[in-house]
Design a protein around this ligand. Sequence first.
Ligand SMILES: *[C@@H]1O[C@H](CO)[C@@H](O)[C@H](O)[C@H]1NC(C)=O
Ligand SMILES: *[C@@H]1O[C@H](CO)[C@@H](O)[C@H](O)[C@H]1NC(C)=O
Ligand SMILES: *[C@@H]1O[C@H](CO)[C@@H](O)[C@H](O)[C@H]1NC(C)=O
Ligand SMILES: *[C@@H]1O[C@H](CO)[C@@H](O)[C@H](O)[C@H]1NC(C)=O
Length: 444
Amino acid sequence: MASSTFNKSIILFMLVLVSLCQAQQSASKPKALLLPVSKDPSTVQYITRLNIGTPSVPKTLVVDLGGRYTWIDCAKGYKSSTYKPGNCGSAPCSLADSDICGKCLSAPKPGCTTKNSTCNLNPENTVSGPVGFGELAMDKISIQSTDGSKPGPLNSVHDFIFSCATDMLIIDFARGAKGMLGLGRNPVGLPTQLASAFGGGFRRKFAICLPSQPKANGVIFFGDSPYIFHQIDNKSMTTDISKLPRLAYTKLYINPVSTAGASRKGEKSTEYFVGVNSILVDQKPIRINSTLLSINNRGFGGVKISTVNPYTVLESSIYSSLVKAFEEAYFPGWNESRVKPVKPFKDCYTATVRTSLGVAVPDLSFVFEDNVKWDIYGANSMVEISFDVHCLGFLDGGSNPRTSIVIGAHQLEDNLLQFDLAANKLAFTETLLWEGIRCSNFKF
Ligand SMILES: *[C@@H]1O[C@H](CO)[C@@H](O)[C@H](O)[C@H]1NC(C)=O
Ligand SMILES: *[C@@H]1O[C@H](CO)[C@@H](O)[C@H](O)[C@H]1NC(C)=O
Ligand SMILES: *[C@@H]1O[C@H](CO)[C@@H](O)[C@H](O)[C@H]1NC(C)=O
Ligand SMILES: *[C@@H]1O[C@H](CO)[C@@H](O)[C@H](O)[C@H]1NC(C)=O
């Protein structure tokens, strides 16, 4: 009798333990995570900090929306007891779609660990162009969870896959940046790795809200959560951007031919392409050769969104057409004029009238499929040079560029864009200035 009671209480104790563990596990599984993002004014790069390794060290990384994977300079000072290299033919190596098997000749260290069979990736500096080789690496990262209104406790992902690059790739980066954060659309892009690590309720979605002001944090959300921002001039008045009635949606496209500097034959692009049917100036369509707007079988053409291009870059004929239409709409009646160009811009103007949406200029719009419009006002179309000189923040990409329109970061600032990888959908807000909100109005 006594022994059976004893057994029962052991079983009960174990049941309690099991359910405690389950409860703890589900409590520790976040639904959403976040990273801060700030703007480096001298390079116009958008940078974040990712905690990596054991002990955990924050690394400053340039945010690359379409980047295939995260890469970090391991050449100097990368010390971590949880670092693991990926061997050729290993599961992480095939997840990263690599067939490059490398040799390491120097003494083993992070970035150069196994003598004869290191799975290599091709980390790329998409800001200035160089592509290198880098060991496929795994280490622990920690990211703050969020309920959508503020940062919460840190959560760890063990064996986060990235590429360990050499310091030769760190060229033209914001001061202190040691690599790039890859948010691309593939199994080893950060959004998918986080969704795989936390599973279940953690959606394969992320949202970016780039700040327009230096020294202020915008935010990148991963997973699904409200997006709660406060007003510019009243911190106690908040809005959940995910519930904004004017949130608009358009389809995301995949370019079947990789746009990376080095890629495997048959590799798809991991960048985010959208379908643009026309561009409007003052609500009137400009002349565009529509062939340029679709992606051809060599992967040329089409429209993508980028955080490494500070300003939107247009194929030459589209660029000329936009500037012509802009001036035809701007000059008559506005009493403004063209002034000397200011690099990298060619089209600079006097601009004297200010509104809550930036300087007063003709509206520009991208029209997506089903007539879904993204209107762009002075704050995003123009770049302030001085109080009364503003330049059109669009650049000439030459003829026959790889991608006809690259929507750049200046045009994304103080807009929230949500990329839903499972549903192939982009949700966008247009400027949050309509709500009296900036991306830097999230409570960090
Ligand atoms: C790597 O080197 C080790 C030890 O020299 C050897 O046992 C192993 O077979 C080698 N692997 C490959 C893929 O060459
Ligand atoms: C800010 O908003 C709150 C809530 O609506 C309101 O009670 C308060 O008076 C506002 N403060 C200012 C300075 O406008
Ligand atoms: C439109 O662009 C395509 C692709 O660059 C080109 O082959 C074609 O000649 C252009 N058509 C016109 C009318 O300019
Ligand atoms: C137009 O601008 C010029 C120079 O900025 C100014 O002298 C003139 O008064 C303006 N005209 C009108 C009609 O506003």
